[in-house]
Each structure stands twice: as C-alpha cells, then as structure tokens.
Design a protein around this ligand. Structure first.
Ligand code: DGL
Length: 284
C-alpha cells in the first residue's frame, strides 16, 4: 500500500461498479471531495456480477482495479459495488498497491446508527446475500440482520424503470416475502439497508413500500463517502482538502460496453451529466 497519495495536492480516486449504479457513490464522494480527480468504471459488458461466482467476480474486479491504478493513476479505490465488496475485497486489495474501501462496512455502520430495534433488513443481489457479508458486518456492530436477494431489481433499474408500476409491484412482493421471513425468525427490522448500489434509484418506491411499517431506508453511499474522506485524511489528505485549490471537479467515466446507455441513464445516478463516457476493454 503506497502512502505517497498523501503528499499529492489533488489525489485521484478510482471508483468502480459493475454498472452505473455506483455513480450514486461517486455523487456522494464529489460532494465531500469537490477538488479531487475521479475516474469511474462501469463494467457494463460483464454486468450483472450479482449472479456470478466469487472467483469470476474477483477476476473482473481486479482487472478494473488495476486499470484504475495503472492507467488512471488512482491513489485510492472505492469499490462502489456491494457484490464486489462482499466477495472480492481481499482479492482487489491484493491486486493493487493503494488503499481500497468497500461499501459493506460503511453500510453496516450506517445501519447501526439508524436502528433502535437492533434488527435490520438488507436487500441485495444473490451473490451478496449468499456471502452473508452484511450479516457478518452487522453482527460486528451488535445487530441482527435478515438478508433478502432481489435479483429482478437491477435489470429494472438498468432498464430505467425506476418509477414504473411493474417495479413497484416487484418491490411489494419482495418486501412481503422479507417481512414474512423476518417474522418467522422473530426479527423486527426497523431499518432497510439498500445493499446494492443500483437500489438508491428505487428509494422513493422502497420508502413508499415500507412507510406504513415505520421502517427507515438507508443506503451506504453517504457513509461510504464519509469513510473515504477519513481514508484520504488518514493519508495526509487533510492538506488536500484544506488546500483551497480552485477548479471544477474532474471526472473521467469509462464503460466496457453500452456507452450511449451509460451517458443517457448515468446522469440520473450522478445527479448531473456524466459527459463523454470512454469505451475500454478489460479483457475476458
Ligand atoms: N451494483 C451491484 C451491487 O451493488 C449490482 C449489480 C450487479 O449485479 O452487477 O451489488
């Protein structure tokens, strides 16, 4: 792990997701670190990661991490993908010589801050749920977690159906099942963790679906961005934050496929135009 990043006035932060859902994390990072340079990859050619094996996810994620560090000079990496964070954080850390931050621990930490019943529900991809990474991270915070795979939600978001009646109905069914499973285990979740970086785009529908139960919805984007600031500060980045540099936040976005779709839908996730997205080939 290099500590040289701390001496740079303007470090580069590499952000990676299997698609463009991770732009919700980039958005939170940009708000806190407006003078940083950002390089973002959406591995759209190989999405979804959520239905793949640990070995494949680790290989794909390491290739993106190496591109961000070797080709884009990233000084820090933020894995803005729950599936890659849950199954491949160690593999990514071993593949690059820079500090790497995932989204699972910040998500569990946010759940800890939000829950009073100490029972939380997590919705995520199949692979994330099967890894039980959230259950373990929540347990470390003294929380009991029930995890529910919602595999239909990522394609609905990728389709842009973020406010569609079909999506609302799919959410209703998943949450009914989740509530029944929680009741069967004697759990009373008061917090719903969005354990997939695509899900913040469904937040209005999800909040509507759980409002009557008084369940609070949280996503890890904000707490991940807070953790990234601490990471940068821990390596001397306080100088960088306090340096008073002027200029626009610089972002370069890369995708492994579907560049036009990324440009069209990405702005919804980022909250501003993503600009020109560059096509890259990370190999097989
Ligand atoms: N963005 C991924 C995550 O946070 C979900 C998409 C996928 O399955 O690749 O888990």
């Amino acid at each position: 792990m290099t500590l040289e990043a701390g001496s740079k006035a303007q470090p580069t932060i590499g952000v990676f997701d299997s698609g463009f859902g991770g732009l919700t994390v980039l958005r939170a990072l940009m708000r806190r670190l407006p003078r940083a340079r950002f390089a973002f990859i959406g591995d759209t050619a190989r999405l979804p990661y959520g239905s793949k094996s640990r070995r494949t996810i680790a290989r794909y994620a390491a290739q993106s991490a190496q591109f961000l560090v070797r080709e884009q000079g990233a000084d820090y990496l933020v894995i803005a993908c729950n599936t890659a964070s849950a199954l491949a954080l160690d593999a990514i850390q071993e593949s690059v010589p820079v500090p790497v931050l995932g989204v699972i621990e910040p998500g569990a930490s946010a759940a800890h801050a939000a829950s009073t019943s100490r029972d939380v529900a997590v919705i995520a991809t199949d692979a994330t749920v099967q890894s039980h990474a959230y259950a373990a991270a929540c347990q470390a915070h003294g929380l009991r977690a029930i995890e529910k795979a919602c595999p239909l939600l990522v394609p609905l978001v990728e389709e842009g159906w973020t406010d569609h009646e079909v999506t609302a109905e799919v959410i209703r069914i998943y949450l009914e099942e989740l509530k029944a499973e929680a009741a069967a285990q004697g759990l009373k979740p008061d917090t719903l963790v969005l354990g997939c970086t695509h899900y913040p785009l469904l937040r209005p529908l999800l909040e509507r679906a759980v409002a009557a139960d008084g369940i609070r919805v949280i996503d890890s984007a904000e707490s991940t961005a807070d953790a990234a600031v601490r990471l940068v500060n821990g390596h001397g980045g306080a100088v960088f934050q306090a340096s008073g540099l002027t200029g626009e936040t610089k972002i370069r976005c890369f995708a492994t496929d579907s560049v036009e779709k990324f440009e069209r839908l990405g702005s919804r996730f980022l909250g501003r135009p993503v600009g020109k997205v560059e096509l890259i080939d990370l190999g097989g």
